[in-house]
Design a protein around this ligand. Structure first.
Ligand code: GUN
Length: 292
């Protein structure tokens, strides 16, 4: 597509996640339509009353429907037992009409998350977060890749930002983002030289300044400043923190956009891409299960 990318006031290319999500949703809808509109279903499991989680899940259902999929939401009360949560997941696993299952995290503290996730078969694990899916990513076997780091890769691809031979710093080492992000970028094809920085990294500015691409996924409000960025580098913000009731990212956007070559807006960057990739994985789940 030869669309001219928008730029920030300082001239950096804006890596617009809303636009790419909308393109992705439209493409998925067209594919489902061409296939004669088979029923492809994304199911979510949400436990408790965490307001942001309810907003995220609602938006996942909305976009699944816009993409021509069906969706099913199982909401359980905060005081659900381990057995009740596991039963809800097991029911969706056994349901042949359900293709993808997403267990919204974090689960309440009294729930053993690993035990719940371990119930998901590789085919239906559209979040790619189980030990089997992450193990497949390490081994280079087919399986679903976690949605947020996959969304980052899709944004880079869409804007022709090369990773081969480039230095990338990922800030944060979570199983949700940092670690799978490192694996996705270092594997053959992407071929980046990846550094994973974290709380104990003492020379954070130097490490970041030596990078062609910085992916900030630490959950530390505006920690990436102009001092961290080499002129022309790509800066991707995955962080979400709440400061005085406002959502802020890990990147000080105003300062960094004046130096970076490309930058994600916040909001409107990696968040929408997480949902786009969830739908991409759900379509793939239907394919793996022989229904698409
Ligand atoms: N909580 C925050 N982000 C995510 C995500 O990508 N998947 C799930 N399951 N829970 C989350």
């Amino acid at each position: 597509m030869t669309q001219v990318a928008a730029r920030t006031a300082g001239g950096a290319i804006l890596l617009d996640g809303v636009q790419l999500r909308d393109e992705t949703v439209a493409k998925i809808k067209a594919k489902i339509n061409q296939a004669g509109n088979p029923k492809i279903c994304l199911a979510t499991v949400l436990v408790g009353d965490d307001a942001p989680s309810h907003i995220y899940v609602k938006s996942k259902h909305q976009k699944a429907q816009e993409a021509g999929m069906t969706s099913k939401g199982v909401n359980l009360p905060e005081n659900s037992t381990q057995a009740q949560v596991e039963q809800a997941v097991a029911t969706l696993v056994a349901d042949k009409q359900v293709h993808g299952i997403l267990v919204q995290l974090p689960l309440p503290k009294h729930i053993d998350t690993e035990a719940v996730l371990s119930l998901l078969p590789v085919e239906k694990d559209v979040d790619g977060l189980t030990e089997k899916s992450l193990g497949r990513l390490v081994r280079g076997l087919p399986g679903h890749v976690p949605c947020t780091p996959l969304g980052v890769v899709r944004l880079l691809e869409r804007h022709n930002i090369a990773t081969v031979g480039k230095r990338v710093t990922v800030i944060g080492r979570s199983a949700l983002v940092g670690l799978p992000q490192m694996l996705l970028l270092v594997r053959r094809g992407a071929d980046a030289t990846v550094t994973v920085a974290h709380k104990s990294t003492t020379d954070m500015i130097e490490v970041c300044r030596a990078s062609d691409i910085i992916i900030a996924a630490a959950g530390a409000a505006r920690m990436v400043t102009a001092a961290h960025v080499k002129p022309g580098a790509t800066v991707i913000d995955v962080g979400v923190s709440r400061v005085n009731g406002k959502i802020v990212g890990d990147v000080d956007f105003e300062a960094v956009q004046a130096i970076a070559g490309a930058i994600t807006p916040m909001p409107g960057g990696t968040g929408p891409m997480t949902i786009a990739c969830l739908l991409e994985n759900t379509l793939e789940a239907a394919r793996m299960l022989g229904d698409f």
